[in-house]
Design a protein around this ligand. Structure first.
Ligand code: ADP
Ligand code: MG
Length: 724
């Protein structure tokens, strides 16, 4: 999955960062959440408690207010007019909103004054709880109860009235307006500092709701039933300062008990509730902030890590690309990296390496070039497995085997596939020589393959191991000596010929003189003897034979001194042919030989040994005539081959032709099939033409005729005849 260094680095770094960020985030979120939760709870309780304290204050003030009324001198005076008292009550209720109505009863419980309900006057209320409590404790603050008279839940506050002698004269009773209390609580919770929408319930230990958020008065609904709690649970939570989460209403509540005192003895509880989402909103905000900052820091670190990994990896990537390029032989420029010191060192070394590799490659190329262009066959194979590792171009030419069929193959595999190679390895005795200890070994050997004899000079050398992992190699250097041998033989032959020629020439010269004398005397004898005698016949034969010897001697002298006329002159080839054929015209018609000439007039004038060429043409034409005793056609052609700057002269007859054996012997001195032939004409022709760097070829068929073709290069270097 993560193969590259970059992805590995990224994966590891990011994993570490992610895990540690998550861990730290989680831990600090949890601790901060706890702190925040505590804070939330505390402030919630603070709020609830302060509200409860306010309510307590409110209650206390209310009681004090009524006590204040009880201290009113008009009311205190037992002789006061009832009307005056009533007007005091009116003033009081107007001044203090919580008081709905005020009733005054005497110490027997008989109603004396009632601000609102006149029908009550004279009634006995001594059995009322408030009356009894006020009588007993001076002041009384009732719990909420349902009033049959006013048909709604009410509260009653009572205070005893004492005269100036401190004697109780009656009890004041006021009905407390619950709506005023509700409004008070509602307004307190609406203070601008509270940012939440609080719902506040005031209820007693029976669950009767004294005040509720909508400020309606409804005794039918019990707080405990409504919220699925009981007084024990609430007491517990007040004691432990625990918040209550109502699963049904999705509300969070804090409970506080209203302080009790000497007058106010009710067990009232205040429940301040807020919706769960609102209560926990700061926690959500905290979580959101945490997630936001986590993502932000993760992104920032990711960016930093990507940058850092780029910084680490980019130079490595560059080096990798450069190395791969180098591996496939793409030209390399030195790398310039300005990175951390390890990479700088590496790139420096890399550049040095490229330099070295290039140098080595250059050397290798040069060596390969030398190896491939040398005229020596070079072959190498490892000593152990005999796998061929080197086989140069010259080897390919010698054995006629392409390199790819040999390289990486063992010697025995190649031996099996290629007979020429097999013959070479066997006849050169390579294997046997390898096992010999001497190193290097040089020897010459002769190879006969397909009827052709070749000469080789071999060097066998064991190359030392140039690498620990490589085997020692055997190097075989093959030099083809065949050409050289042929040349040597040729030189030997010409040398011999030269000596013989010179000898023959001097012999011929010496023979010609006595021969001329003998011929002269025989002729004299022949003429003086005019009888047609038998001797005369012999003389004729003697003369004929002497002429024959003369012919041989002339040819011999010509052979031995072919360079008699050595003029290198500007020659008109066609003209030479015209001149010679003119000589043969007479003989042609005599022998019924038709001479045809097809001369190419584009043949340019060129420098050559004209008289020698003439000698060649004469010899060839003479032979052609002799091959056509019963007549025929002699065709002489010249062709100028411009592209080659050469001329071809062909002399064709329709004569008797030659068999293979005759053709094979044409170069041999004194080879003739004619009774009066000398066998020197053609050898001389070959000698002259080849001396001119030209060629003389023959094609012939028995009974059909013969064609001799001469090829001369007219731009060839001037012919400097050696003195043969
Ligand atoms: P010679 O003509 O004295 O025999 P050459 O050297 O001129 O010697 O020729 C050698 C031999 O080559 C001839 O004896 C003949 O057998 C053969 N030969 C040469 N030219 C021709 C030819 N045009 N047609 C047939 N045979 C030829
Ligand atoms: Mg001849």
């Amino acid at each position: 999955m993560v193969k590259t260094l970059r992805s590995k680095l990224l994966f590891i770094f990011l994993s570490i960062i992610f895990l540690s960020l998550s861990f730290i985030g989680y831990i600090s979120y949890q601790s901060q959440k706890e702190v925040l939760m505590k804070q939330l709870e505390n402030s919630f309780f603070l709020f609830s408690d302060s509200l409860a304290a306010n309510i307590d204050q409110f209650i206390t003030e209310t009681v004090i207010d009524l006590s204040y009324l009880a201290e009113n001198p008009i009311i205190k005076d037992p002789n006061s007019n009832l009307k005056a008292i009533k007007s005091q009550f009116l003033r009081f209720t107007k001044l203090y909103a919580p008081f709905d109505n005020v009733t005054f009863v005497d110490m027997d419980g008989i109603v004396k004054v009632d601000l609102l309900d006149h029908s009550l006057i004279g009634q006995d209320l001594s059995d009322r709880r408030w009356f009894m409590k006020a009588k007993a404790y001076d002041r009384y603050f009732s719990d909420v109860f349902y009033s049959k008279f006013s048909n709604k839940p009410i509260l009653v506050i009572a205070a005893i009235v004492k005269d100036n002698n401190d004697q109780p004269i009656g009890v004041l009773r006021s009905v407390f307006d619950l709506e005023v209390l509700g409004n008070y609580i509602y307004n307190s919770t609406l203070q601008p500092k509270t940012d939440k929408s609080y719902n506040t319930f005031l209820f007693n230990d029976d669950g009767v709701i004294i005040s509720r958020p909508d400020r309606k008065i409804d005794t039918q609904v019990n707080y405990f039933n409504k919220n699925n709690v009981d007084i024990g649970y609430i007491k517990e939570m007040v004691k432990n300062k625990q918040i209550y989460v109502n699963k049904n209403t999705e509300e969070v509540s804090a409970f506080s008990k209203i302080q009790t005192g000497t007058v106010f003895k009710n067990n009232w509880y205040l429940a301040v509730s807020v919706s769960k989402s609102e209560f926990f909103a700061p926690l959500d905000t905290l979580l959101f902030q945490y997630i936001f900052y986590m993502i932000l820091s993760f992104l920032v670190t990711t960016l930093a890590i990507v940058k850092f990994s780029n910084y680490l990896i980019d130079p490595i990537t560059k080096l990798v690309v450069a190395t791969s390029d180098l591996a496939v032989g793409r030209k390399q420029n030195p790398i310039t990296l300005n990175s951390y010191s390890e990479i700088n060192q590496l790139s420096e070394k890399y550049n040095y390496m490229i330099e070295q590799v290039e140098k080595r490659e250059e050397e290798h190329k040069k060596t390969s070039l030398i190896l491939e262009s040398t005229s020596n066959g070079i072959m190498a194979f490892d000593k152990e497995k005999m796998v061929i590792t080197t086989f140069n171009k010259t080897c390919e030419t010698i054995f006629h085997i392409p390199k790819d069929k040999v390289l990486e193959k063992t010697v025995s595999q190649v031996v099996n596939n290629y007979p020429a190679f097999k013959v070479f390895i066997e006849q050169a005795n390579i294997m046997e020589r390898i096992s010999k200890n001497s190193n290097p070994q040089f020897w010459e050997f002769q190879l006969s393959l397909n009827g052709k004899t070749s000469y080789f000079h071999l060097v066998l050398k064991e190359l030392p191991k140039h690498n620990q992992n490589k085997e020692a190699e055997i190097l075989v250097i093959i030099r083809d000596l065949s050409e050289q041998k042929i040349m040597e033989n040729e030189i030997l032959r010409t040398e011999k010929l030269k000596v013989i020629g010179e000898l023959a020439a001097s012999f011929a010269h010496e023979i010609r003189n006595p021969l001329t004398t003998i011929r002269g005397f025989i002729q004299l004898l022949d003429i003086s003897n005019d009888n047609h005698t038998k001797e005369q016949k012999y003389y004729k034969i003697i003369l004929q034979e002497i002429d024959r010897i003369n012919g041989i001697v002339t040819d011999l002298m010509c052979m031995a001194k072919p360079n008699g006329d050595q003029q290198f002159i500007l020659t008109n080839l066609n003209q030479i042919i015209e001149d010679i054929t003119l000589l043969y015209d007479g003989q042609g018609s005599l022998n019924k030989v038709l001479i045809e000439k097809e001369l190419d007039h584009s043949v340019p004038l060129f420098f050559t040994y004209g008289s020698k060429l003439k000698q060649v043409f004469i010899n060839l034409i003479k032979n052609a005539f002799e091959a056509m005793p019963n007549g025929g056609t002699l065709t002489i052609k010249t062709i100028y081959i411009k592209e080659e700057s050469s001329v071809e002269i062909s002399i064709a007859d329709t004569g008797i032709g030659m068999d293979q054996q005759t053709i094979a012997n044409l170069r041999k001195l004194f080879f003739t099939t004619k009774s009066s032939g000398t066998g020197l004409g053609l050898p001389m022709c070959y000698m002259i033409i080849e001396d001119m760097d030209g060629s003389l070829t023959v094609s012939s068929k028995v009974g059909k005729g013969t064609t001799f073709t001469i090829k001369l290069y007219i731009n060839s270097a001037p012919y400097h005849s050696q003195d043969i």
